[in-house]
Write a protein that binds this ligand. Sequence first.
Ligand code: AMP
Ligand code: MG
Length: 425
Amino acid sequence: MNINRPQNALVPVEEAVDRILDKVAPVEAETVPLTRSFGRILAAPVTSPINVPPFANSAMDGYAIIASDSSGAARQSPCRLTVVENVPAGETPSCTITPGTAARIMTGAPMPPGATAVIRFEETSEFLPVEDLPSTEVLLYNPVNAGDNVRLPGEDIKQGQTILKPGHRLRPQDVGVLAAVGQAQVPVYRRPRVAILATGDELVDIEQPLTPGKIRNSNEYGQAALVEKYGGEPVMLGIARDTVADLTAKIKQGLAANVDLFLTSAGVSVGDFDMVKTVLAGQGEMQFWQVAIKPGKPLAFGVLHHRRPVPLIGLPGNPVAAMVAFEVFARPAILKLAGHTRWTKSSVWAKLDEEVTNSGRRHYMRAYYYLAENGEYRVTTRDSGVKVQGSGILTSMVWANGLVVIPESITYLPVDHQVEVWILD
Ligand code: AMP
Ligand code: MG
């Protein structure tokens, strides 16, 4: 085992995260059809091969005209033009607009050559008809300027323009833009495969009978959901018993499944049967830290030797500590593997409903934030129904919609102090 400092020295949270991320690199790219690209992480820049829109077109239903033909037009003294053509969307105009002529044009239809503006139906005899006006003529009731109601080619996207950069998570609007430039196949990062292994002689799986002394394995399921939440593919390995042989076998099984990251829970504190760190050391380079964090102080981290090195994060066993440590340590690792370039957790700043005390470690307190009637965000770290800050109380995570982050340097914060709250939902 490679212990870099005395057992009792606490590694700061940021340092632990940096040292983990240092051993993590993005997985390779793959190509998916546009219809499967929503939510995926773009692996290469996308440039547009075309102008969007590709041609000048009308932004309104109206008449394409030479703008100066409308100068001085008013309801009482309209300008009169001869209608030479009707241009529906999807057609190409055949006439050129010359002084004194107009083309009836629909939204999205190409501008006829010569026309410089579109006047809306609402401002013409189309909407305010006059008797005896031949159908080949139109009256304009308002002046328009050159360029009015005309969309220029490339107004939205220019040919050659980079529209999306790698590391970007594709949202519905991004999928729409990719469609607009004709990107039928999209280069995205493969979803990272993340092995999840629970350890402990006391664990039984969810469908097994609960015999004396046993508890159900909840960590593996919660963690699989977290892996999915952050864009990974969970590879569930079940429960390893607290024996060298069983742990070793399960680790080999995970490596054979070609995972990109290994997550274990429990067996990393300093109890008699906490052999995860020892066993893992035999499979690679293992480090064990006490991190200056609450909850979730004991953390194993290392790299397993395989065809390629596979990073392993040994999360604590306590269900709440395991979830918090997942958010703090495993989430950035999964996001980096998945091709993200940023993993800052979304947060709000809110005023404390109660005072809080802290003792030199970074404290992630389960919390519930809400918008108060005065329009300010407030946050509470207490609730009458659940014993909120007990580190074995998993329902406190169900109650919480956030984690208040109390920096390690802070020992006391009064009511109404503004704190950062990580958004869990
Ligand atoms: P350990 O780190 O092995 O000492 O475990 C700390 C606590 O977490 C113990 O109370 C364990 O029973 C509990 N625990 C460990 N693994 C799990 C799991 N997969 N699901 C729920 N609780 C667990
Ligand atoms: Mg244990």
